[in-house]
Each structure stands twice: as structure tokens, then as C-alpha cells.
Ligand binder design. Sequence first.
Ligand code: SF4
Length: 571
Amino acid sequence: MKSLYEEKILPFVQRPGRYIGNELNSVHKDWDKINIKVALSYPDLYEIGMSNVAIQILYYTFNQQPDVLAERVFAPAPDFESLLTTNNLQLTTLESFRPLSDFNLIGISLGHELTYTNIYNILKLGGVPPWQKDRDDKAPLVMGGGPCSFNPEPIVDFFDFFVIGEAEEVLIQILDVLHNSSLVPPPLFDNCCGIPQSGSIRHSSLEALANIPGIYVPTLHNKVTKRIVKDINNTPYPTNPIIPFIETVHDRAVVEIMRGCKWGCKFCQAGWTNRPVRQKSGEKIIALADELLKNTGYEELSLVSLSTSDHTQIAETAKTLAKKYQDKRINISLPSMRTNTFSVGLAKEVSRVRPSGVTLAPEAGTQRLRDVIGKNMSEENIFDGIKAAFSAGIESIKLYFMIGLPTETDEDLIGICKLAQKIWETGKTYTNRVRISVNLATFVPKPHTPLQWEEQIGIAETLRRQHLIKQNVKNKRIEVRWHQAEASFMEGVFARGDSRLSKVIEKAWALGCRLDAWSEYLKFDLWLQAFKESGIDPHEYLKARDKNAPLPWDYIDTGVARDVLLRVANY
Ligand code: SF4
């Protein structure tokens, strides 16, 4: 297969580095000597998928097991897909260049709702029937996990099972089931061996999987409680990640320092589903960073979490690392910090490159609305942070807001414009080169959050609110950017969608929809056609939900009771 790729495809595609494999630290095991073969995918283009820490963790964890090999596959770009189809070739992994149908298990990371047509496409091009009901004992099991699995309903028919919550420990239990299952290895199921092709072996494997806490099997519709890793200090972490040949979204060494977030903003799914807060010790972070930098040669080390400034040892840990690596000119970056005097001071102290800008997410333009959504940020906090940034010589401030929040009025939207102007005026007292950007996302109510029952505004209303803000920002030095209204609409439909949507996904795929998270590829008119032909009104999914009615994702227990969400939602 590899030589066919090299001959018929790679010379003719853009960015062939997406498809050639063989990167530093990629793992190549002897196919014939390994029992369990796993293909892992982040269903988007290579540059996005390779920046996903979850894929690197899974790849590392599986490949640590002697009797398992894990390989990678990403979504093809349109030019690559069209050459595959023209040449009658299948989509393969980047290590052994074998089609997905040759594997025992396919693991797909569900990071964004607008990757759902890519999932269908990857399975189809890889020779695996996309619908779970069409797969027999010879076909791989298809596993999903990641943020979108907290409501898997729109894609439930494409998967055999889902891991709900953190995967590291559950993976080993999944491998035990596969080891004990006749599903491994596939050659056992050649017709000559006389084993029936009824799907019964597959069914018994799925029954065994459903008994593992944290696993949801759609055909068995079992209730499931989210898995968490209690001790994140001792969980496997990839200290030899794959280094891509081409530029990806994040080209840097990454140490995850903490899970969970203590703030409880009412709209934030990551905050509600990643509880409780757990942190790695300072020594562990330093040990991982040492190993990572030695194995990769990266010049930037990023200490990541949902809210990095809440790590109780962040200051001493970051300073120790900065001191240790200053001679090697390795930069320490601390994303997801709350902008305040402490974080600005710390970033300045540990970063070799003086940060040119800071990011601040007030989310709403008025204190009233920030209180409604539980955003624990007062105007005083905002201006303390801004002043600290300007006095540290920073000239550029990125502000993030949501529009369409519950109870929002035009006055709240004007509040965004006023706040941005006030920040600009404050900056002017420090420097003449202040640059402010106002970034507007549309509020999408997410499952398992206190705002999961709220209405989402539609496209026309989104455009009206965006326009109102653009008109009321008169200062040419303040730039206003916004999310594509159609993309937010689609995200909203699928975030709170149900299983009727899988046929829409298939229809949209058949009409040519792919890579929908990319504004240049999103074909909204074709999606509308797919909804219409499926007899489904997408607007229904954006409506407010009855707080007393069941929700499609009720069978998933995240550890936060519905009563708690209802109590917190109250405003
Ligand atoms: S601080 Fe950030 S990560 Fe934490 S709950 Fe709020 S929005 Fe989510």
C-alpha cells in the first residue's frame, strides 16, 4: 500500500507531510508478532490531530503494552481523498500503511461536534462499515471518547462503545477483554475456520465491555458513570511524543499539570465534566519536562491545564524550570492563566520571550450578566489584570466574549463595546501602541452544565447581535472578530442532539460535507438539504428544554447530580 501511495498520490497532494508517517518517536512494531492492533484517530486534518494531547497519551499508553500496537490515522484533505477514490485505494494508518479494516480496535477522539462527517468518512475510506449494525465479527470494534462523548447520541450508531471520562486506566481493562475475546486476531474469522459470522462473538465482547465502569455500549444502553484517574501523578504520560515533519497547530512540548477546574462557570462543559480538581506535584512536572525536552528538542515548554494559575505550586515549579533551561533558551509558557498581577508577573519572570499580548475572557460585557453565568470576574479583577499587563509592557489584549447568553439584552452587548473602549483608554495611559481585539463566540448550551436547558439563539439573531457590537465599537484600534454563525448553529444542534441525527450526518457526507469545523469547507446549504431530506428541523434542537423532561444524555452520570445543576442554574 505504501508504494502505491508514494507513486500515485503523494507527488500530487498539498502538504504530503500529512501522510508520510515515519516521524521521530513514531512507533513501528512487527505487525505479525502483535496480537492486538489499534488504530487511533483525531478526526480532523493531521495538523489538528497531532496537536491533540489525548491522541499522544493514548498512542503512548497502548504502545507501552508489549502485545499491542497502536498506529494513527487522520482525516484526509479533499485532494488526498479524491486521489484515494480515483485510484481505488483505502485510507490507511501512518505507520504500517494498512487500511483500518485490518485492525482490531479503532479509537476515535471526539473533540468537536463539527468533526462528525469526518468520522463517517474515515471509517468508510478505511474499509470499515460506518454503521455499527453493519459490522460483523470480522470488523474492528469502534471506540469513542473525549469531550463529545458526554452526549454521544448523534453519532451513537457509528460506534460500538464509548469511554466516558478519563481513559488511561480503562484502556488496560479494554485490552483485557480483547485479549480474552475471540475477536482477536481477525484471521481467526476467516470462513475456513468454521466460526459463525453471526456477530455473536462481537456481542459477548461488548457485554464484557459494558461491565467495565466508565464504558457505554449503545446496543446494551447501560447506565454509565464517568471514569476519573484518582492519582494523576502516576498515570502514564508521553515523554517521547511524535515530532511532526510539518508545522502543526501547537509545535511545543506540553506537560499537563492539573485536571479539573474549581471555578464552576455555568456554561463551561470542561469545568463541570472534569471534576474534581487534581494536580501533579511540582517534582513530577519537572521530571516530565526534563524527559520531554531531552527526547524532543523543542524550544518551548507549555504547562497546561484548564486554569493554570490555580495549581498550588505553579510559581516555584515554573521558576525552577525557567532557571534550569534559560541557558538552553527554552521558553516556558503558561496558557490558561487568570490575568492578574500574580500571573502577569510570573509569566514575565519565566518566559524568555516577552509576551506581546495577554488574553482575558470576561465572557459578558456587564457585571449583571457575568453574575448570571457564574463568571467569577469583577470589573475590578479585569482592570487589575489589564493594568498589570500594561505595566509589564504588554500592548495587545485579546478579549473573549459570548453572545446569546441567557437573559442577555442589547444593553449587555453595548457593555462589551464599553468595556473594550475603557480597556483601550486605560492602555493609552501606558503606551501609544495599544491593540485590543474583541472576539465573539455564540453561546452554545452544552450537556451536563447548569445551562444545558437554555435556548440557543439562531443565525439571524446571532448576526443581529454581532452587527450591533460591530456598529457600537467606533474606535478603529479595537478589532472585532466573530465566529461564523452557521458553525455555531451546527455545533448547537449536535451538542444537544439525539440519535436521529446519525442519518443526517450520513446524508450530509453523501452530499459532500467534510471538515465542517473549517470555515472554508463548511457547506451549510448542503447541511440544510441533508436535514430537509431526513425530515428533521434543526431549529428544534436549539430551543429551550423542559427542565422536567428527560434529556438524551441522562444515562451518563458525570458525578454532578441533576439537582445540583438545577440549583446552580437558578438566577
Ligand atoms: S475558569 Fe475557565 S475552565 Fe474553569 S470553569 Fe470557568 S471557563 Fe471553565
